[in-house]
Design a binder for this molecule. Structure first.
Ligand SMILES: [Zn+2]
Length: 211
């Protein structure tokens, strides 16, 4: 049984976890009821009665990245490119992730570029890599590095650049309450790291040339 099958088998109501110790759906729903009581409300009142099952289903979507293999989506490449060797840039890809310290949403945009070496990959595949890593508990720095490293390792291009700009709701809705602040992280590999012209061209395309 592979990892994805193991996870989906856990989605069956009431089924016991196997060797990795994942809780059952009803245990997860009970944990939501506990948090509702901790917040000061009554999980038995009409408006909240179905909330635990809705939250658990939402978790399957929000954290669906654990069941995805980010490398798998990059394995199908195209080599008939007529020698195209210029930068490929995906700009303004929406990112929805969750901070691993507070389970609060991280909402932002990612920009991804690579310099092809003999082969290119479908743009939806790059978006899948971003999704596989963002639909997990994350910190933005690690998310940025994982996306760049995976593209570099699987596609073996001449360089990879990833920039993420995102707002962290754990910072805007609690704690320091700083709204309108976004965090910017970047990881530059290969030519994007060693060649300042390449890096500047990328930053100019994504509208951040003054960085
Ligand atoms: Zn946080």
């Amino acid at each position: 049984m592979d990892y994805a099958e193991r996870l989906s088998s856990h989605s069956e109501p009431g089924k016991r976890p196997d060797e990795d110790g994942r809780p059952t759906r009803s245990e997860a729903e009970e944990a939501v009821r506990t948090l509702l009581r901790w917040a000061g409300d009554d999980p038995a009142r009409e408006g909240l009665i179905d909330t635990p099952s809705r939250v658990v289903r939402a978790y399957e979507e929000w954290f669906g990245g654990y069941a995805m293999d980010p490398e798998e989506s990059l394995r199908r490449t195209f080599e008939e490119t007529d020698g195209y060797d210029e930068m490929v840039v995906l700009r303004d890809i929406g990112i929805e992730s969750f901070c691993e310290h507070h389970l609060a949403p991280i909402i932002g945009r990612a920009h991804v570029a690579y310099l092809p070496h003999k082969r290119v990959v479908g743009i939806s595949k790059l978006a899948r890599v971003i999704e596989a890593y963002s639909k997990r508990l994350q910190i933005q720095e690690k998310l940025t590095a994982q996306i760049a490293n995976t593209i570099a390792e699987v596609l073996r291009p001449r360089g990879v650049a990833v920039v993420i700009e995102a707002a962290h709701q754990c910072m805007t809705t609690r704690g320091v309450h700083k709204s309108g602040v976004s965090m910017v992280t970047s990881r530059m590999l290969g030519a994007f790291r060693s060649d300042h012209k390449t890096r500047r061209e990328f930053l100019s395309i994504i509208g951040r040339e003054r960085d």
